[in-house]
Write a protein of this length. Structure first.
Length: 289
């Protein structure tokens, strides 16, 4: 049984109450709903839509399994959450999984114009180099201040994706309605989108997770579950690579032994052939005599 299967089983048995306590089931006012979310709505109470937590668990497991496989393959997953109550939660969990994240303003073209983003990242790296190689000492105080301010601005927007050398394999967003530009760019590039979808949003993404996307407790329990699955995928990847390396080292160690055996075998065959030829010659000589 995989980590996600154990996690889902535990959540189904004991953590359903935690989902309720976290307010995962609370949607928006009925008048703000998106009709496309109807399959995920359990009921309406006091003018507020209630999300079906059984379907939340199913969709959460589907998303976790898929993200686990992406992480296992060694690809990157970009987390996006620019709303105030989700920033810290997402940044902490993304860091724990060594994944890139955006918690400040999403810059248009972050994905569709990625080469330009890479140039900005290189600019930030070059400024860092200037600070360490002594270049700052050879420029005026005013120029140094301007460059430093530029570095801070780049850091706030691009700092968390500085090591992302290529487009991510998937996008995880906390609020698909707020992050609609990011979602649109990912769809345009055929990048799978995973996200928390509230009752006022359109669930037409690859892996929608119906849940409250406003309450910090709800966001935390969903994001932590997803991050656990990603970390499990990374652990499986490391275990597989260690096993492959061990097998490779074992083969390397066995190679000289195999060569020695083959050499001995060839020598034995040669000795046998020589002995056979010698016996044959002796028989011929006996007959001649």
């Amino acid at each position: 049984m995989s980590f996600t299967e154990r996690k889902l089983l535990k959540m189904n048995k004991t953590n359903f109450e935690e989902l309720l306590d976290a307010g995962v089931h609370f949607g928006h006012l009925k008048r703000k709903w998106n009709p496309a979310m109807a399959p995920y709505i359990f009921m309406e109470r006091n003018g507020i839509h209630i999300i079906d937590l059984n379907k939340t668990l199913v969709k959460l497991d589907e998303a976790a399994r898929a993200l686990q496989q992406i992480a296992k393959s060694g690809k990157k997953i970009l987390f996006v959450a620019t709303k105030k109550q989700a920033k810290e939660i997402v940044s902490e969990n993304a860091k724990s999984a060594n994944m890139p994240y955006i918690t400040e303003r999403w810059s248009g073209g972050m994905l569709t114009n990625f080469p330009t983003v890479r140039k900005a990242i290189k600019k930030m790296i070059s400024i860092d180099k200037m600070a360490t190689d002594g270049t700052f000492e050879n420029i005026s105080k005013r120029e140094r201040l301007q460059v430093t301010r530029q570095r801070i601005k780049l850091e706030s927007v691009l700092g968390s994706i500085a090591e992302m050398n290529k487009l991510p394999a998937a996008l995880f967003v906390v609020d698909v309605l707020k992050e609609k530009i990011a979602v649109a760019e990912a769809k345009r590039l055929h990048i799978p989108v995973f996200g928390i979808v509230d009752t006022n949003s359109n669930p037409s993404i690859d892996f929608p997770i119906p849940a409250n996307d406003d309450a910090s407790k709800s966001i935390k329990i969903i994001v932590e579950y997803i991050t656990s699955a990603i970390n499990d995928g990374l652990t499986e990847r490391k275990a597989t690579r260690d096993q492959d390396k061990k097998a490779s080292d074992s083969e390397t160690t066995k190679a000289p032994v195999k060569r020695a055996r083959k050499t001995r075998a060839r020598k034995t065959d040669s000795d046998f052939e020589n002995k056979t030829e010698e016996q044959s010659d002796n028989k011929i000589e006996d007959k001649v005599e």
